[in-house]
Design a protein around this ligand. Sequence first.
Ligand code: SER
Length: 310
Amino acid sequence: MPKILVIGASGQIGTELTIALRKRHGGDHVIAADVKSGHLQLNNNGPFIPLDVLDCETLQVQVRNHRIDTIYLLVAMLSANGEQHPQKAWQLNMQSLLNVLEVARVENIKQVFWPSSIAVFGPDAPKEHCPQNTELNPSTVYGISKLAGEQWCKYYHSRYDMDIRSLRYPGLISSKTLPGGGTTDYAISIFHSAAFGKPYTCFLGPDTKLPMMYMDDAVRATIELMDAPAKNITVRSSYNLAAMSFTPDELAGEIKEQVPEFEIIYSPDQRQAIADSWPDSIDDSCARQDWNWEAKFCMKGIVEEMLSSI
Ligand code: SER
């Protein structure tokens, strides 16, 4: 049985990933760690430790004390917040990864997971079916940190033969935690308005197409990637991952099917430029080939799930 540490367990991905890992391995085998306490479900079904991942010494002590052999690092400042605080975003996104990689090396950790993002792509990458290997010229500090992080993961794998795995998540849609400073967050906030009978003011224009995924699929992808035999993992930077792409107008239309009185108003802000710099859709054929990735949720399914769970 692995002994897992989830760092950033109170965040959007961390919350649902911790719950899924605990269902699988049992609560005591999955330690949730974060600077802030999280969702009630997280605190009730297994251990939680307060941890600032930027404090490398304490990280190492906790890894030792809990005999950790697998680490999921999910701490990050996302794209929109990162543009407000570029230096802080770089510091948090990079130093958290460097600390985990180094502690993992010294403590002989068996596996590390770290998320990358579609933000590694910039305006010169192909818009449609953006391939695994293409121009990587990100326009946000978040994207720059993810691109550099991918290279660090690859470096630690080739230099120290460590098993580090990563996914380039698209925009993730989930109901357990509120959005946290990303450009794709509109696709979550919209449901909080729709479910409470309020109009939604969208910070992206109606035709802004972006790659998106339901959290259940993202969590399953993460676990399937980590379960795959090491010999199948041909991408040691980070895998493209896809489920669907849609625009705010298309999402609002699907919501209206279920909530006919729902209204959306468009008022694009500085996040529009970030969204415009990202691909419309992603080619995830490497993930499909290497570890049989296949998304399950479509837009209609997401709308049904989100409206019933908020
Ligand atoms: N969801 C992220 C963001 O919008 C992209 O990975 O910043």
